[in-house]
Design a protein around this ligand. Structure first.
Ligand code: NAP
Ligand code: GCO
Length: 272
């Protein structure tokens, strides 16, 4: 007799340890909060202790005990130290890895230095590779694992001035599919979340009120390109993250779940 589907159990993260990179604010903080509220214990990292201290206080105010550690995702030695500290603190290795840490540089390509390009690729594409390599052995040992790579709608589309970012996020989409292919047999599901345009510090420059008090032209552009006519918020990513971190998605692998309000499906509102 087929077991009755129990949504509570299927979406629960009780007993799981989640590591969310760069989760001191923005999308990472929202996702870590959601995973905690679904029952997971939370580890996170950032490059600066003061950011971690601030974030731990914010988590505590939400009733969440989250432990943060200083580690730059692009530095293998620091990631090894991060994994050691997580094992010491929690007595186990991560069941769930969310590769959230990322940067963007908005520079016209011909003005973008190779160093600028390399830094974006390093953090947004090499970092997730280093983090996945650090977490997969523990997941294999446990017989299960969930990796969620925070891609972008720019894994599918380009735009002027963000050559490094688009290349990195396109590569992260394919790294997601490769981890699925190489470790699906070990019961590790690796999927991506592709947010649309989300209101966080990273996109604040695109929403700045203009000197004449009008909305930023890019703000108006994005709202016209999104069927629902608004930017996303980090809260919009909470449900998709819990789904991909839980048993409810055990047969979903190598998939990029676009959480974009429909922007990738829509030609855009006609000018009035
Ligand atoms: P954000 O507000 O800029 O936050 C990025 C986080 O990553 C910060 O905590 C940052 O910490 C951390 N970080 C950066 N480089 C790091 C490194 N080398 N090692 C460890 N931590 C590092 O960005 P967000 O908007 O929340 O975006 C989070 C993720 O979602 C990124 O991967 C971004 O590309 C992606 N995304 C964002 C949007 C959007 O519209 N906002 C849409 C699609 C995808 P520091 O304070 O140390 O810099
Ligand atoms: C930009 C924005 C976007 C968002 C996001 C969209 O300058 O175009 O920062 O790239 O960060 O990736 O999904």
């Amino acid at each position: 007799m087929e077991e009755r589907f129990d949504p509570q159990k299927s979406f629960s993260l009780e007993g799981k340890l989640a590591l969310v990179t760069g989760a001191t604010y923005g999308i990472g903080f929202a996702i870590a909060t959601a995973l905690a509220q679904a029952g997971a214990k939370i580890a996170f990292n950032d490059r600066r202790q003061e950011r971690i201290d601030e974030a731990e206080k914010k988590y505590k105010e939400l009733g969440i005990t989250a432990h943060g550690f200083v580690a730059d995702v692009t530095v293998e030695e620091q990631v090894k130290g991060l994994m050691d500290k997580i094992s010491e603190t929690f007595g186990t290795t991560p069941d769930i890895l969310v590769n959230n840490a990322g940067i963007i540089k908005r520079i016209p390509m011909l003005d973008m230095s190779v160093e600028d390009y390399r830094q974006v690729i390093d953090i947004d594409l090499v970092g997730p590779f280093i983090m996945a390599k650090a977490c997969i052995p523990g997941m294999i040992e446990k017989g299960h694992g969930k990796i969620i790579n925070i891609c972008s709608m720019m894994s599918e589309l380009g735009r002027e001035t963000i050559a490094g970012y688009t290349a990195a996020k396109g590569g992260l989409k394919m790294l997601t599919k490769n981890i699925c292919s190489e470790f699906g047999g070990a019961n590790i599901q690796c999927n991506g979340i592709g947010p649309g345009y989300i209101a966080t510090p990273q996109t604040a420059p695109l929403r700045e009120i203009q000197p004449d008090g009008s909305r930023h032209p890019f703000d108006q552009f994005i709202c016209a390109k999104t069927p629902v006519g608004r930017w996303g918020t980090p809260e919009d990513l909470k449900g998709p993250a819990v789904f991909l971190a839980s048993d409810a998605s055990n047969f979903v692998n190598g998939h990029i779940l676009y959480v974009d309000g429909g922007i990738l499906a829509y030609i855009g509102k006609q000018p009035q």
